[in-house]
Design a protein around this ligand. Structure first.
Ligand code: GLU
Length: 287
């Protein structure tokens, strides 16, 4: 029988709050009850927003709440070559294309086509879908823009990727109970696979790393439920066996809003400095 492998994968671009504590401790609880392993991964591809100091504080906060992870910690920033290889594979499959539109260009292009951006479809996170403009560029035009030094990201040609797979995708979800979810990658349009200044994006690295680390159970917040459709698609393109997913409820503040890293009152370090105990954190997150 294979040993279950869980992971907690924060981005060190701010301070951990009660929502992170819940996610980390739920992973730990599930790992313990199933005799599984528990890994920690720093999703720090954003070299501007993620800093060693923030990572250090995260490690201290996690230690303080009693989260016990296996070492070494995997840092995504140390594995760009691995993501580059995955990206190259998608390039050679002709499933990604260079996308040159800036945020402002996207808005203008949408207004040009649809008149008003409220007439334009949005992805499950509420962002406007990427317009088709770059897909119509010829190879020559593309090469010209690249040689002129125009910045670009790599975007997935979603229609082509879905057509290539040729059958519906689904995943096994265990929250609130075990069921199968039909994946809807089409709702995301041409997602970013590699950002302008790096050979990867959240979607690409998370899929590659969960596979490389042998993760069998992804336990994370409900806010990433819809993104799983993109992950399932990438897994299929790379021939990766999917883990089981458990998208837990989010910890909300008293106004029913999702917690954010910029808020102070629910930050773990703040609670610790106010003299709260580890037991109190467990109680606050309902574990
Ligand atoms: N790094 C992501 C975050 O901090 C979590 C990614 C995941 O669990 O898949 O929101």
């Amino acid at each position: 029988m294979t040993v279950p492998v869980f992971r907690f994968a924060p981005s060190p671009n701010g301070h951990l709050h009660l929502g992170h504590a819940y996610s980390a401790l739920l992973n730990q609880q599930m790992a313990r009850t199933t005799g599984g392993r528990l890994l920690l991964r720093m999703e720090d591809i954003d070299r501007e927003r993620c800093t060693p100091d923030l990572e250090q504080t995260m490690l201290e906060d996690l230690h303080w709440i009693g989260f016990e992870w296996e070492t070494p910690v995997r840092r995504q920033s140390e594995h760009f070559a691995v993501y580059q290889e995955a990206l190259s594979k998608l390039i050679s499959m002709d499933l990604v294309y260079p996308a040159f539109l800036s945020r402002g260009d996207i808005k203008r292009e949408i207004e040009r086509i649809a008149g008003d951006k409220n007439n334009w479809p949005r992805d499950p996170d509420g962002a406007l879908l990427y317009p088709q403009a770059d897909k119509e560029l010829s190879k020559r035009e593309r090469e010209k823009l690249i040689s002129e030094g125009r910045p670009f990201s790599w975007r997935l040609n979603m229609d082509r990727a879905i057509a290539q797979i040729g059958e519906p995708l689904s995943w096994s979800e265990t929250a609130p109970e075990k069921h199968t979810v039909e994946a809807r990658p089409q709702d995301w349009g041409d997602v970013i696979i590699a950002r302008k200044d790096m050979p990867t994006s959240y979607h690409l690295s998370v899929v590659i790393d969960d596979a490389l680390q042998g993760i069998t159970h992804v336990v994370r917040g409900r806010d990433l439920f819809h993104a799983t459709s993109v992950h399932r698609l990438l897994q299929r393109l790379f021939g990766i066996e999917p883990p089981v997913y458990h998208h837990h409820a989010l910890v909300l503040d008293l106004d029913g809003e999702k917690l954010s890293k910029s808020r102070k009152d629910t930050a773990l370090r703040e609670l610790r400095s106010q003299g709260e105990t580890r037991q109190e954190i467990y109680r606050l997150v309902g574990l």
